[in-house]
Write a protein that binds this ligand. Structure first.
Ligand code: SMG
Ligand code: MG
Length: 374
C-alpha cells in the first residue's frame, strides 16, 4: 500500500466521573485519532483509523499527547512516505530510526493495519489468530476519598456485572481500602490493585500486608526502571507482581521474565509501540508460562475494539481493563458503543478493527483537525 493522506483529529471527551490514579486526576480525556488513506496495489483507496493513547501530561510514561502528535506528523509519517510501499507488518521497521515514542508509533501502525485489513475484508481478530469471540471484562476503579466510598463504587461495578475489579492504590489509600472491599464482597471476587509506581522497595514490609487479601496481582508497585528491584520485591511478598509501565518492548518483557521481575504482564499496545509488538510479548510470555492481560488507556471505541481482539489470543488468561464505553464516556465516537454484558465484551468480527467511526461524534468532540502535508 501507498500512503495518500494522513490527518490527526484531536479530541476532548468528558469523563462520566473523575478518574484518580497515584499520579493525577482526570476529568476529561484528550487524545487524537490518526486517519489515513492508502492506495492498495490494485489501485483501491482505503481508509484506516488509529488512536493515540498518550496522556496529556508525561506522568504515566515519558510520552505526552502534544509531543506524540508532533512526532507522528513531523517524523513518522514522512518515514512512511519515504518508504513508498508499506504494509502493516513493515511499519515498525520503517519507523526504526525514531527512538522511543511507542504511542506515536502504535497509532500510526494501527491506521495502516485497519486500512490493510479493511481492504482484505478481514477482521483484526482473525488476522491475530484470536481463539474466543468474547473476552472477560474488568474495570479499573480510581482512588476514592475513603474506604467506604471505595466499597460503594466497587459495589456499583459488581452490580453492573464486571468480571474483575482493579483498584488503584497509593500510600495512604491502600491496605484499608483493599481490606474493606474484601470484607464487603468476599474472597470469590476477582480483585487486583495498581500502584502506578507509587512505592519504593523500602515499602516492602508495608506492601507485604496486602498478601493476606488474596489479590490476583499487584500491578507496577515500584518505578518504571526498577526491574531488579521488582525481582527483589517478588521474593518478599506472595502476591504476584505484574508489570505495566516497565514493559515498553518485547526486549524488556524478555528481561523482566528472565530477572524474575514479573509473574504477570499487563500488555498495552500503545505502551509497547503497537499491536504487533504486543503480540510478540504475548508469544514470549506464553512460551515462559507468564500470564498476560490487556491493559487500558481509557481508549475510545477504536482502541477498545482492537484491545478486545488482542485479548482473544490464548495467552490472555486474566481479565483485561476492557470495560464498556459507558465506564468513562456518556457518548463514544464509534457508531456502536463497546458494551459489557454478562461480564464480557464481544470481540468485533467486522473488517479491520470491526467498528465504524461516527463522523458526527468525532466532529462534536474535536478540538483541532490537522492535515499532514505529505
Ligand atoms: O482504560 O479502563 C481503562 C483504564 C485502565 O487503569 C487503567 N489504566 O496504569 O493501568 C494503568 C492505567 C493507565 C491510565 S491512567 C490515566
Ligand atoms: Mg497500570
Amino acid at each position: 500500500m501507498k500512503l495518500l493522506a494522513a490527518r490527526l483529529h484531536h479530541l476532548e471527551l468528558p469523563l462520566v466521573s473523575p478518574f484518580t490514579t497515584s499520579f493525577m486526576t482526570q476529568t476529561h480525556k484528550r487524545c487524537f485519532l490518526v486517519e489515513m488513506e492508502l492506495e492498495t496495489t490494485d489501485g483501491t483507496v482505503v481508509t484506516g483509523w488509529g488512536e493515540n493513547v498518550a496522556l496529556d501530561r508525561p506522568f504515566y510514561s515519558p510520552e505526552h499527547l502534544d509531543g506524540s502528535a508532533e512526532v507522528v506528523a513531523r517524523w513518522l509519517v514522512p518515514e512512511l512516505v519515504a518508504a513508498g510501499e508499506i504494509t502493516a507488518e513493515t511499519v515498525h521497521h520503517h519507523l526504526r530510526r525514531v527512538i522511543g515514542n511507542p504511542m506515536a508509533k502504535a497509532s500510526v501502525e494501527m491506521a495502516v493495519l485497519d486500512a490493510q485489513l479493511r481492504s482484505e475484508g478481514k477482521s483484526f481478530a482473525s488476522y491475530l489468530g484470536a481463539v474466543s469471540s468474547a473476552v472477560p471484562s474488568g474495570v479499573s476503579v480510581g482512588i476514592q476519598d475513603s474506604a467506604a466510598q471505595t466499597v460503594r463504587v466497587v459495589g456499583g461495578y459488581i452490580d453492573e456485572g464486571y468480571a474483575r475489579i482493579k483498584l488503584k492504590i497509593q500510600p495512604g489509600a491502600d491496605i484499608e481500602h483493599v481490606a474493606a472491599v474484601r470484607r464487603e464482597f468476599g474472597d470469590e471476587l476477582l480483585f487486583q490493585v495498581d500502584a502506578n509506581a507509587a512505592y519504593t522497595l523500602v515499602d516492602a514490609a508495608h506492601l507485604r500486608r496486602l498478601d493476606e487479601y488474596g489479590l490476583l496481582l499487584i500491578e507496577q508497585p515500584l518505578g518504571e526502571a526498577d526491574l531488579r528491584q521488582h525481582a527483589e520485591l517478588a521474593k518478599q511478598m506472595s502476591t504476584p507482581i505484574c508489570l505495566d509501565e516497565s514493559i515498553d518492548s518485547a526486549e524488556t518483557a524478555a528481561d523482566a521474565i528472565s530477572l524474575g521481575s514479573a509473574a504477570v504482564i499487563n500488555i498495552k499496545p500503545g505502551r509497547v509501540g503497537g499491536y504487533l509488538e504486543a503480540r510478540r510479548i504475548h508469544d514470549i510470555a506464553r512460551a515462559h508460562g507468564i500470564a498476560v492481560w490487556c491493559g487500558g488507556m481509557l481508549e475510545t471505541g477504536i482502541g477498545r475494539a482492537a484491545n478486545a481482539a488482542l485479548a482473544a489470543l490464548p495467552g490472555f488468561t486474566l481479565p483485561g481493563d476492557i470495560s464498556g464505553s459507558d465506564r468513562f464516556y456518556a457518548l463514544d465516537i464509534t457508531t456502536e458503543p463497546i458494551r459489557m454484558h454478562d461480564g464480557v465484551v464481544d470481540v468485533p468480527a467486522g473488517p479491520g478493527f470491526g467498528i465504524e467511526v461516527d463522523p458526527d461524534r468525532v466532529a462534536e468532540f474535536r478540538t483541532a483537525l490537522v492535515e499532514i502535508q505529505l
